[in-house]
Unconditional design. Structure first.
Length: 260
């Protein structure tokens, strides 16, 4: 797969990747040194202003922890006040955490189970877009770091899964992730062995997973990979290179076992 993240950054006339990494580092340093309220607001709410803070705190404090049917009803009507866009009949489990919620858009009938984290954090990103009839299993995390995540209609993510995006991660229609899957849409350069890895250039090429892909339990998909449509990936595989359409693949690294 080509360098999606890199080319997007350059095409849009934005800063280079190296600059982005160092900016990132500076932002983190500023946050560490800055006032607590400003730090919280920048990391969690993603918007300035006292009213944004009050609205976020009110909704979360009144609803996020409430158990049972009452909690579901409260969150259905109050979480949309924070979110960018919400379709019909959303379901938010207990302790669902939203960061930069105005950059999160949900289609109709989306179910987000207990303890999920949807983090659309980033200075120049669009955020998280979730289609109709998507299910996100409990304890799962969608995490952007100046990147975007798009889950198309009918995607089903098993519990304890993690999707990270430092550029663009897309999961095609009706794809199914078993539990404990990890889509690793970005990382760090590690050229300099002496410097802390977290201070080195952040690299992200993006991940594209086609429609009707089944990732077995515990599959890890590395940055820069494309998985073709209608493909099955066996439990525990590490997908380090592109996989074609309509195949069954497994192993470390994942190799095609046969066509479907
Ligand atoms: C990959 C998978 C779909 C293959 O199923 P299959 O086509 O019936 O394949 P077989 O069982 O005939 O195995 C074919 C070969 O691949 C190997 N293999 C199968 N699954 C494997 C895996 N996950 N990792 C490594 N090798 C695997 C088998 O050992 C066998 O090797 P051999 O030919 O040397 O004996 C299946 O094994 C799998 O991993 N399913 C995911 C299950 C899961 O995670 N469920 C979660 C519930 S949503």
């Amino acid at each position: 797969m080509t360098n999606k993240g890199e080319s997007e950054v350059t095409k849009s006339g934005d800063v280079s990747e190296a600059q982005r990494a160092s900016d990132d580092f500076l932002v983190r340093r500023r946050l560490r040194d800055g006032a607590t309220k400003a730090r919280y607001q920048e990391l969690v709410i993603g918007r300035p202003g006292f009213l944004s803070l009050v609205l976020y705190e009110t909704v979360v404090t009144l609803t996020s922890w409430v158990p049972g049917a009452l909690g579901l009803v409260l969150r259905r009507y109050l979480y949309p006040l924070l979110l960018g866009d919400v379709g019909k009949k959303p379901v938010f489990g207990r302790n669902v955490v939203l960061r930069h919620p105005h950059k999160i858009a949900l289609g109709d009938r989306v179910i987000i189970d207990d303890n999920c984290l949807l983090d659309a954090k980033g200075a120049n990103n669009q955020g998280i877009r979730i289609g109709n009839d998507v299910f996100l299993g409990r304890n799962s995390i969608l995490s952007c770091k100046d990147g975007d995540i798009h889950l198309e209609d009918g995607v089903n993510i098993g519990f304890n899964s993690y999707i990270f995006s430092g550029s663009t991660v897309k999961v095609g229609r009706d794809s199914l992730f078993a539990a404990y899957c990890y889509v690793i849409g970005g990382g760090h350069d590690f050229e300099d062995p002496e410097a802390p890895v977290q201070e080195q250039v952040a690299v992200s090429h993006g991940v594209e997973i086609g429609s009707n892909v089944w990732l077995g339990a515990g599959v890890k998909v590395l940055d820069g990979v494309t998985v073709g449509a209608n493909t099955v990936v066996g439990a525990g595989a590490v997908v380090s290179g592109d996989l074609p359409d309509r195949c069954i693949a497994a192993g470390l690294p994942a190799k095609v076992l046969r066509e479907r």
